[in-house]
Design a protein around this ligand. Structure first.
Ligand code: ADP
Ligand code: MG
Length: 738
C-alpha cells in the first residue's frame, strides 16, 4: 500500500467502532424534536392563542401584540425546558449564508438580581447592526440600521443553547436586504395568480402553494488533507491538481455502497436534521468520487428554503465531528463532476391537487396543460433572468461544462406531454370541444397514463425538465440559496398566469353572447384559444435534444434565447425592462432593490475572483516554484555527478532525460512567473475601476483567464517533480476516502 505524504485524520475515525448495536430510536419519535411546531404550540399555548397563531400562519392574519407576548412566553417555557439560554433572529443576508446575533434571555430584575425574559416585542423584531452586511449601497454605514422581523410561517427552532427565530431583514427605509422578504412576496404573487386560474376549473380553491424539493450534492474530504490545501481552505475549490489516473470513468461510485466512515457521518447528519424538522429521505453516492447527495421530501417553498440553509450549516458542523470537511462549492475539482442542487418545483392547491400532475379527466388534463404551458411561458419570457438567478462566480464553472446544465435555459417535456401540447395546438379547434348529446360538453384532450408519466424519458442535459408531476430546475448551484432561483421562477410563473387570466377573461367577454343557450362553455373555448396561442409563443423554450451540443448553442441563438456566458454580464438581466416591470408589478422587488442587489452580485463576483487570484499567485510563487526549482537543482547535481564518473559521451546519454526535465522545469516555472506577473498587473488595473459592474467584467475578462493557463503549467510540473517533494495533497489522495 502506498504511503501517504500527509496526515489523514480519518484513520482515527475508522478505528472507532460504529455503534450499530445500540438501540435506535425511530425517526418518527425525534422528528421535529427541536422545532416549536404545531404540536408544541398546542401544548405550550392556550387554546385561544393557539387558534390565533394558526390563523396567522395559515391565513396571514395580523399578529396582535398580546398574542405575540403569549406566544413568546410559551416559546420561552419550551426553550428553557430544553436548556436554551439565548435567542437569535436568524436571517439570510445576501452573502449566501445565514446570519445570527445571539442575545441571552437575562434582564436586570431591578433589585440587583436577574430574571429571564422573552417578550413578544423581542420575538417579533430585532435590530442587528446591519452595517457590515452587503446592501449594495441602500444603507450607507452612517444610517446603519435595519431590522429583522419574524416570519411566523417558518417555525422557530433550537440549535445548541439558542432559540433561532426565522426572520426577514429590512432596512429602515423599507428595502429588503435579504432573500426571504422578496421570496415571501413572490410566493404570495404566485398564490394569487394561480388561485384565480384554478377558479376556471374549481371555484372552491382558496390557496395555491409553491412546493420545493431540493437535492443537495456535496463532496467530503478528509480534514487532514483539506488543511494542507490552502486553495480549498480559502476559496472552496482546488486551483490546481492534475487528474487522478482513476476518477469517475468507471462509473463505480454512483449509487455504489456508501463508505463506512461516510455512512456514520450521514447517520448523524440525518438525525440532527430530522430533529430540526428537515424531512430527509434520500441519500446516495453521486457520480464523482467522494461526491454524495441528500434529498428531503418536498415542502412549501419558504420552509424548504429555510431547511436547506439550515441543512448546509448542520452539514458543515457534523462533518467536522467525523474528521471531514464538506465542500459545497459547485466545482471543487476540475475534470470531474461538480455539484448542483436540483430544485424540484410544483404548485398545489389547498384541496390537494398537484397542478403539474396530469389528471384523469379531460377537464383535469386541460388544467394540467394550462399550468404546464403557463410555466413554460414564464420560463420563456424570462429565460435570461432565470439564468441570472442561478449564476455566480462559483456556479459559472459548472454551467456550460459538459456535465451539468448548459448556460442556456430550455425545457424538456418528454414525449407524452409534448404530444399533448401538439394535439391542443394542432387539432381542429372546434373538435377539441364538441357537444356530445347526453353528456353535454365533450373535450378531446388526451389522457396521459400515470404509469408512463412516472417513467418519463429523462433528459439529463436539460436545465428545466418536466419529471412527471413537477419541473426540475437543475441549474441551481450546490452552494446557492435556493431562494434566488425560487424568487425568479415563482415571479415569472405568477406573471404568466396573471396574463393568461387576463386574456382568457377578455376572450370570454368577447364571445359569451355567441354561446348563450348552446350549452357550449365560453370559458373552455377561451382557455383553449389562449393556450393555443401560448403553445406557439413559447415553443422556442422547448428543447428535447442534447443540451451540451454545439448545434444547440447555435440553434438557441437563432431562437432568441439568452446565450450569454459571462457571469457579470448575465447579471444585467435583472435590470432589463421586462424584469423590472415584472418584479415591480408583482410587488416582489423595486427597481432600487434590484439595482442594489446587482451591486452586491458584482461586488461578490469581483471579490471571489480577487481572492482566487491572490491564492493562486501565492501558491505559485511560494509553494510550486521553490519546490520545482529545488528538484531541478537535484537533477542538475545528478547530471554533474554523472559527468564526473562517466566519460562525456556516456554521461550525456545517461543524463539525457534529466537534462530534458531540467529544461522543462525551467520553461514551465518561467511561464508561471510571467503569467503571475501579468495576473497581478491585470488585477491592479481592474482594482482602479470604480464602477462595480465594469470592475466585475474586467475581473472576468482580464483576470480569470489566467487561472487555467497558470494551472496547466503547475499540473504538468506535478507530473514531473518527485512525489515526495510535492507540497500539496494530490487529487488521487483528496478524492478517495480512507
Ligand atoms: P431524482 O434524483 O430521481 O430526481 P429524488 O428522489 O432524489 O429524485 O428527489 C426528488 C425530489 O423531488 C425530492 O425532494 C422529492 O420530495 C421532490 N418532489 C417529488 N414530487 C414533487 C413535487 N410534486 N413537487 C416538488 N417536489 C417534488
Ligand atoms: Mg432529481
Amino acid at each position: 500500500m502506498e504511503t501517504l505524504r500527509f496526515q489523514v485524520v480519518g484513520e482515527a475515525f475508522k478505528k472507532k467502532p460504529l455503534d450499530v448495536e445500540a438501540p435506535v430510536e425511530r425517526p418518527a419519535k425525534y422528528f421535529g424534536k427541536k422545532v416549536f411546531n404545531r404540536e408544541k404550540m398546542y401544548t405550550y399555548l392556550s387554546k385561544d392563542v393557539y387558534a390565533k397563531m394558526i390563523d396567522v400562519m395559515d391565513n396571514g392574519a395580523r399578529l396582535e401584540r398580546d398574542v405575540a407576548d403569549a406566544v413568546a412566553e410559551g416559546m420561552k417555557q419550551w426553550a428553557t425546558e430544553n436548556g436554551v439560554t439565548h435567542y437569535t433572529h436568524w436571517f439570510q443576508p445576501l452573502t449566501e449564508g445565514t446570519a445570527e446575533k445571539h442575545d441571552s434571555f437575562i434582564e436586570h430584575d431591578g433589585k440587583g438580581g436577574m430574571v429571564e425574559e422573552f417578550t413578544g416585542k423581542l420575538l417579533v423584531q430585532q435590530e442587528p447592526d446591519a452595517s457590515s452586511f452587503p446592501s449594495g449601497g441602500i444603507r450607507s454605514t452612517f444610517e446603519a440600521r435595519g431590522y429583522s422581523a419574524w416570519d411566523p410561517t417558518s417555525p422557530v427552532f433550537i440549535i445548541d443553547d439558542t432559540l433561532c427565530i426565522p426572520t426577514v431583514f429590512i432596512s429602515y427605509t423599507g428595502e429588503s436586504l435579504d432573500y426571504k422578504a422578496p421570496l415571501l412576496r413572490a410566493l404570495h404573487a404566485v398564490n394569487v395568480a394561480a388561485t384565480e386560474v384554478c377558479h376556471y376549473f374549481d371555484p372552491t380553491v382558496k390557496k395555491v402553494t409553491s412546493n420545493l424539493g431540493w437535492e443537495q450534492e456535496y463532496f467530503l474530504v478528509d480534514e487532514g488533507l483539506y488543511s494542507a490545501r490552502p486553495d480549498l481552505l480559502l476559496t472552496g475549490r482546488t486551483l490546481m491538481g492534475h487528474d487522478s489516473a482513476k476518477n469517475q470513468q468507471m462509473d463505480d461510485h454512483y449509487f455504489g455502497s456508501i463508505p463506512e466512515r461516510v455512512a456514520a457521518f450521514m447517520r448523524e447528519l440525518e438525525i440532527e436534521a430530522l430533529e430540526l424538522g428537515i424531512p430527509c429521505k434520500t441519500r446516495h453516492n453521486e457520480v464523482a468520487p467522494n461526491q454524495f447527495e441528500l434529498a428531503p421530501i418536498f415542502e412549501e417553498t419558504n420552509l424548504a428554503v429555510d431547511h436547506n440553509m439550515l441543512l448546509m450549516s448542520v452539514m458543515r458542523r457534523v462533518a467536522r465531528k467525523h474528521g471531514f470537511r464538506v465542500l459545497l462549492h459547485e466545482k471543487p475539482f476540475a475534470g470531474i463532476n461538480g455539484s448542483g442542487k436540483h430544485n424540484n418545483w410544483s404548485l398545489s392547491t389547498d384541496n390537494g391537487v398537484l397542478l403539474h400532475a396530469p389528471g384523469k379527466t379531460p377537464e383535469q388534463n386541460l388544467r394540467f396543460a394550462t399550468f404546464i404551458v403557463e410555466t413554460l411561458m414564464g420560463v420563456y419570457r424570462h429565460n435570461g433572468l432565470l439564468k441570472a438567478s442561478i449564476m455566480s462566480a462559483t456556479n459559472a464553472h459548472r454551467l456550460g461544462a459538459n456535465e451539468a446544465p448548459p448556460a442556456i435555459i430550455s425545457s424538456f417535456l418528454g414525449r407524452q406531454v409534448s404530444e399533448l401540447l401538439d394535439h391542443i395546438e394542432k387539432a381542429d379547434r372546434d373538435n377539441l370541444l364538441a357537444m356530445d348529446g347526453k353528456q353535454g360538453l365533450k373535450m378531446d384532450i388526451p389522457e396521459i397514463p400515470e404509469l408512463l408519466i412516472d417513467n418519463t424519458d429523462r433528459n439529463r442535459t436539460s436545465p428545466f425538465a418536466f419529471t412527471g408531476n413537477r419541473f426540475e430546475f437543475r441549474a441551481v448551484g450546490s452552494e446557492a440559496n435556493c431562494a434566488s432561483a425560487m424568487i425568479a421562477l415563482n415571479s415569472a410563473v405568477a406573471e404568466a398566469l396573471a396574463s393568461f387570466k387576463q386574456r382568457v377573461d377578455a376572450r370570454i367577454a368577447e364571445t359569451e353572447e355567441k354561446f348563450v343557450g348552446t350549452g357550449h362553455s365560453a370559458t373552455f373555448h377561451a382557455i383553449i384559444d389562449i393556450l393555443r396561442e401560448d403553445i406557439k409563443t413559447c415553443k422556442p423554450i422547448r428543447f428535447d435534444g442534447n443540451g451540451y451540443s454545439d448545434e444547440w448553442k447555435a440553434e438557441a441563438a437563432r431562437r432568441g434565447l439568452d446565450v450569454e456566458t459571462s457571469c457579470p454580464v448575465i447579471f444585467d438581466r435583472y435590470l432589463d425592462a421586462e424584469s423590472v416591470q415584472m418584479f415591480e408589478s408583482l410587488g416582489v422587488m423595486t427597481r432600487k432593490e434590484l439595482e442594489a442587489r446587482n451591486e452586491v452580485k458584482w461586488e461578490t463576483y469581483t471579490k471571489k475572483i480577487q481572492i482566487e487570484a491572490r491564492v493562486l499567485g501565492d501558491l505559485s510563487m511560494n509553494h510550486i516554484i521553490p519546490v520545482a526549482t529545488n528538484y531541478q537543482s537535484r537533477l542538475l547535481a545528478n547530471i554533474e555527478s554523472m559527468h564526473k564518473v562517466f566519460p562525456a559521451m556516456k554521461a550525456d546519454a545517461l543524463s539525457a532525460r534529466n537534462l530534458k526535465l531540467v529544461e522543462e522545469i525551467a520553461e514551465r516555472t518561467s511561464r508561471i512567473e510571467t503569467q503571475v506577473e501579468e495576473l497581478v498587473a491585470a488585477r491592479k488595473v481592474a482594482n482602479r475601476i470604480a464602477d462595480e459592474r465594469e470592475k466585475a467584467i474586467a475581473y472576468h475578462d482580464t483576470v480569470a483567464p489566467f487561472f487555467d493557463s497558470i494551472r496547466r503549467q503547475i499540473d504538468k510540473l506535478e507530473l514531473i517533480v518527485d512525489d515526495a517533494f510535492w507540497p500539496l495533497p494530490k487529487y488521487r489522495e483528496l478524492l478517495f476516502i480512507r
